[in-house]
Design a binder for this molecule. Structure first.
Ligand SMILES: [Zn+2]
Length: 264
């Protein structure tokens, strides 16, 4: 499921399969059924796999690809400099490029990192209603080290149930930015000493706001799981983050990447 931001911050969702495109916003308020055929194709090599590893990979790809390594989730553990990167060329392309440290509000204040080219996708994936990029760094490793500093003060995870219930209050991200940058100045200065004065740059951006196509938020969040129940249907009440919210329960489509699903 792809998400893009329209002018004004409206988020538009499209379901993609091969060359097919199904715009989803217009389906909100109408019945929707998803049926998994039982097949899973690895998103990297296309091979059939009985189980999905690391959101849509076969086991060999999951063990071999750098993008499935634990250092992607914990960038501060980047081991490229030890000569052990699973795919050094991939690492050079994706990890040794500008990354952004941001504050966002998905279920409350959180800190996160993303490749500069992945904005705003990352925020939409998390169902953030506000986001503010605050620092730019040269590499993924540096972004992980900066995030470590922030994690002492701020959450780095989204409470997805709270995010889906919708009652998320706005936060003054500008004020949080000022407060955190002042509080963490000594730690940031240390990182600049280590990587060079230009390595960790403060950036000034307006706060971004996102509006999701939701008619009714669920009061109780029940999740569907294709592995347990291959047919999911109901009235589509809304879409937020990577979740379809049906009146029968929610489903995280990201979790089922690579699953062959018939949509009606
Ligand atoms: Zn594969």
């Amino acid at each position: 499921m792809a998400a893009e931001v329209k002018p004004g911050g409206e988020v538009a969702y499209t379901l993609r399969a091969g060359d097919h495109r199904l715009p989803l916003n217009e389906r909100v308020g109408t019945p929707l059924s998803l049926e998994w055929s039982g097949a899973i194709a690895c998103t990297n090599c296309g091979r059939a796999t009985r189980k999905s590893f690391g959101q849509g990979h076969c086991y060999p790809c999951f063990k071999r690809l750098a993008q499935c390594d634990t250092c992607i989730v914990k960038p501060e553990t980047c081991h490229y400099h030890q000569g052990t990167c699973r795919e050094p060329q991939w690492g050079e392309r994706f990890c040794f490029q500008p990354h952004v440290v941001y504050l966002a509000n998905s279920s409350g204040l959180k800190v996160g990192i993303t490749r500069k080219t992945q904005m705003p996708t990352r925020w939409l994936d998390q169902g953030a209603i506000q986001a503010l990029p605050i620092l730019e760094v040269d590499t993924r490793l540096q972004s992980g080290l900066v995030e470590m500093l922030f994690k002492e003060q701020v959450a780095d995870r989204t409470n997805w149930r709270a995010m889906l219930k919708g009652a998320v209050a706005e936060i003054d991200l500008e004020a949080e930015r000022r407060h955190l940058l002042a509080l963490l100045a000594p730690g940031l200065a240390q990182l600049r000493e280590r990587f060079g004065s230009e390595a960790v740059k403060e950036i000034v951006n307006p706060v971004l706001r996102f509006h999701y196509p939701v008619q009714t938020f669920p009061t109780k969040v029940v999740s569907h799981n294709f592995d347990k129940q291959p047919k999911v249907s109901g009235t589509l009440m809304g879409i937020k983050g990577q979740y379809l919210m049906l009146d029968s329960g929610v489903i995280n489509l990201r979790k089922f990447t690579g699953y062959e699903v018939r949509v009606r």
